[in-house]
Design a protein around this ligand. Structure first.
Ligand code: NAD
Ligand code: IPM
Ligand code: MN
Length: 355
């Protein structure tokens, strides 16, 4: 089983090192190969997603990804910015189905910024469409405004766009995931304003007819953002578009205690997957040895489950994470009174010891 390891920028290398440590400790027959990506690749070869990195990713069963980006690249032309690497990988490999499970471990009930009773036992699965929407729609660009209130003024524009088949396939993913859980899907849209999301809602309704055992609700995204902090446990599977899913998954991460706890899996129709924490490169804490590696370690567990057929090993990692939390070990982002503060490496070591 071939795994491409792409650490990237900021805290990326620190957290990926811990996930690799955990994978090594499992003594499975895995072949790991690293390659540069993001700002690190731009520095080395002038491009955030060098052809050799893309080829390695394509030829692998799975990709373990850290994070990319740094403020210092914000003025580069867009095609050369680190974020293009992750967008390019998602597009090139057709990774349309992004799973972001927001689970509040019982030990972290007090680490959330919400009241413990609101988040205890929380288990939401956000399914984010990942290769369409305003992220990839054309045309986009800057120009002199051809019309409107300020003709001739500098203008920027993006295109929000979905086709029926794109919505159908993510709909099937969501309904099938719900069949294995509590059989409820909430589709989040903005159909009251946007044509794109009226189509989204219509298609979700159509797909839902094929799953009579699953209850489908529709919710506008503004209300969903509010309900997520008012009564998060009302949700089970949430399915939504690329941009709404980006925003709502960061919001949901705080229900679990920290963005440093939220793993993710991005799959294509061949079950090839990219596994990464939902957070970014956290330049504000990079190099300090304090980043929480658990989202990345839990992403490695998802990789074993979804792409490598190693369910038992995945469960072993998840149980080990639970154990270190029960031991009271906390990186600063999930620290609360009465627990023990540890750094990135100590947390990784503790997971290995708990395996
Ligand atoms: P971010 O997720 O990197 O950080 C937001 C906040 O969360 C910061 O205060 C950070 O310290 C904290 N944080 C994030 N991960 C953490 C962890 N594991 N442990 C403890 N604290 C953690 O988001 P941002 O600051 O908006 O973006 C920083 C850079 O990352 C930008 O260049 C952005 O484009 C990029 N980014 C990349 C990815 C990706 O590679 N998939 C995802 C999101 C953002
Ligand atoms: C994420 C990130 C990315 C996104 C960026 C870095 C392109 O925020 O993975 O959530 O917006 O999808
Ligand atoms: Mn994001």
């Amino acid at each position: 089983m071939k795994i491409a390891v792409l650490p990237g920028d900021g805290i990326g290398p620190e957290i990926v090192a811990e996930a690799v440590k955990v994978l090594d400790a499992l003594k499975l027959d895995l072949h790991l190969q690293s390659a540069p990506v993001g700002g690190a690749a731009y520095e080395a070869s002038g491009h955030p997603l060098p052809p050799a990195t893309l080829e390695l990713a394509k030829a692998s069963d799975a990709i373990l990804f850290g994070a990319v980006g740094d403020w210092k690249y914000d003025t580069l032309e867009r095609a050369l910015r680190p974020e293009q690497a992750i967008l390019g990988l998602r597009k090139a490999l057709g990774l349309f189905a992004n799973f972001r499970p927001a689970i509040c471990y019982k030990e972290l009930t007090h680490a959330s910024s919400l009241k413990p009773e609101l988040v205890s036992g929380l288990d939401i699965l956000i399914i984010r469409e990942l290769t369409g929407d305003i992220y990839f729609g054309q045309p986009r660009g800057r120009r002199s405004a051809p019309d409107g209130h300020f003709p001739g003024a500098e203008e920027a524009f993006d295109t929000m766009r979905y086709t029926r088949p794109e919505i159908e396939r993510i709909g099937h993913v969501a309904f099938q995931a719900a069949q294995k859980r509590s059989k409820r899907v909430t589709s989040v849209d903005k159909a009251n304003v946007l044509e794109t999301f009226q189509l989204w809602k219509d298609v979700m309704t159509d797909v839902g007819k094929q799953y009579p055992d699953v209850q489908l609700d529709h919710m506008y995204v503004d209300n969903a953002a509010m309900q997520l902090v008012k009564e998060p446990k009302r949700f089970d599977v949430v399915v939504t578009g690329n941009m709404f899913g980006d925003i709502l998954s960061d919001e949901a991460s705080m229900l679990t205690g920290s963005i440093g706890m939220l793993p993710s899996a991005s799959l294509n129709d061949k079950k090839q997957g990219l596994y990464e924490p939902s957070h970014g490169s956290a330049p504000d804490i990079a190099g300090k040895g304090v980043a929480n590696p658990l989202a990345t370690i839990l992403s490695a567990a998802m990789m074993l489950r979804f792409s490598l057929g190693q369910e038992a090993a995945a469960q072993k990692i998840e149980a080990a994470v639970q154990k270190v939390l029960a031991q009271g070990l906390r990186t600063p982002d999930i620290y609360s009174e009465g627990t023990t503060k540890v750094g990135t490496q100590q947390m990784g070591d503790a997971v290995v010891a708990a395996l």
